[in-house]
Ligand binder design. Sequence first.
Ligand SMILES: Cc1cc2nc3c(=O)[nH]c(=O)nc-3n(C[C@H](O)[C@H](O)[C@H](O)COP(=O)(O)OP(=O)(O)OC[C@H]3O[C@@H](n4cnc5c(N)ncnc54)[C@H](O)[C@@H]3O)c2cc1C
Length: 479
Amino acid sequence: MQKLALIGLGASGLFALKELAGADVEVHVFDVGPTYEKRYACPIDQGKLTVCPPKACSYCAPGQSAGSWNDFKVILSASPVIGGRLYDLVGEAELQKRLDMVRATILQHAPCEIPVVKPNADDLEWIKKKATMAGMTYHYQELLHCGSDNAPAINTSILDEIKSKGSNIVFHFDKKVVSVARRNEKFAVRSDRYRKPEEEVEDVFDLCIVSVGRGGAAWLTQQEFYKALEINPGQVDIGIRVETSAFFTEEVDRRFYEPKLYYRSRHSNDVVRNFCSNPKGFVTPENHRDYVLVNGHSKMYEKSENNNFAVLVSKTFTRPFKNPQMYSQTIAKIANMLAGGGPLVQRLGDLKAGRRTKSLTNNLIKPTLEAECGDISLAYPHRILESIVEYLDAFDKICPGVAGESTLLYAPECKSYPDSISVNKNMETNVPNLFIIGDSSSWTRGVGQAATSGILAGEGVRQKLKIGMPAASKLVPVG
Ligand SMILES: Cc1cc2nc3c(=O)[nH]c(=O)nc-3n(C[C@H](O)[C@H](O)[C@H](O)COP(=O)(O)OP(=O)(O)OC[C@H]3O[C@@H](n4cnc5c(N)ncnc54)[C@H](O)[C@@H]3O)c2cc1C
């Protein structure tokens, strides 16, 4: 039997594995995290804390599988702009077909009814008018919000079903893949215990699916096969996590849950967009071991009085600079440095007035994350901050109050994506039998499309097994 290594069991890896359960291939799954039942529970849910710890939290760290465990919002619409770029790779119909499969799987495994958010004709008329008058563009999306509190049950149930069908699967939890290198036409995979290393073992595989997420972007660039891939530099999103009163946003929250609104900055011509809205949610730290970002999530049952969402500015670079990931991480580290190691928070009124925030004691908006008060303008480029302030002023025309003085801005919220890797329609790279899926391929930016890319790769492997492993078919150039 052929052997396949699946590296990373997040959103994309899980759906690839689902396709491969029971297939005629021996699948070895590696993940730095523990088995799903043993993943950390949120300390707030356990009553151990009342707010997120500012500097690091194991709940939102490597091995916890990011967005399919935190918030777990799933974009269900095949859009050319939202959630990734698979629309360009496989086209609308094929993407929608797989997103429908993702939706069906999640709903089937959900412990309670999860409504699909689908704007109606009146909502669309309403937002089109409001957005146009504010100088913004609305992008349609349907979505599911599972909530961080439902995420463990859903993921565990999907994995249990896979295990019941997959006698061909061997799990290596708590194992970090140290390296993957081509050996003739095969892949030598070296792995070690994640927490107490020094027990490195090597195994050789016929096929390899890499699904290490954004957190594995730097690891990917260090692999032997990386120099053989067809790549273009990726983009970064530098932004702010905004926290405001849920009263200000309640109409858009009720109609859309998260309205995707894009804006072109008058100051820089950069595209600015909102991302990851969490009505009545909580701001969280996102732990990357050597730096801490901010993120947000919300739950199905426990609610705050606030809404938080990211406002992001996308940047790509041309020659001679080729390392956008380092750019965003450097900004993040400067913000952390000013805050004594964690995130910074500043009132919008103070940022506009050019002064540091010293205290939030009497602020109208009560923070849901204990971040250090400070001055974000000391860490962020003026061009980025100016565009974000413009965005909030425009959004205020749709949701009056959002750009008020008391609105809180948390930094750093930076997303650095890996380089853009050329793949075929089944996510196979120009290195035959090497598939790169999910956010580590840079074709996806959210749970829905990451899971879709896993399904595409699983289907590709099954096809190969059926017809006897031909070389990779035509690649789709990076766009
Ligand atoms: C806090 C947070 C909240 C988010 N919320 C949402 C949301 O609500 N909705 C949404 O659409 N998107 C959300 N996102 C984005 C979303 O998580 C990603 O787009 C999605 O998870 C990508 O899936 P993936 O499989 O590519 O990577 P991941 O889900 O990140 O999975 C990667 C897996 O690889 C493992 N891994 C990495 N390196 C190695 C290695 N060397 N060896 C072994 N295992 C390894 C990791 O432990 C992890 O399990 C969120 C992200 C974060 C950080």
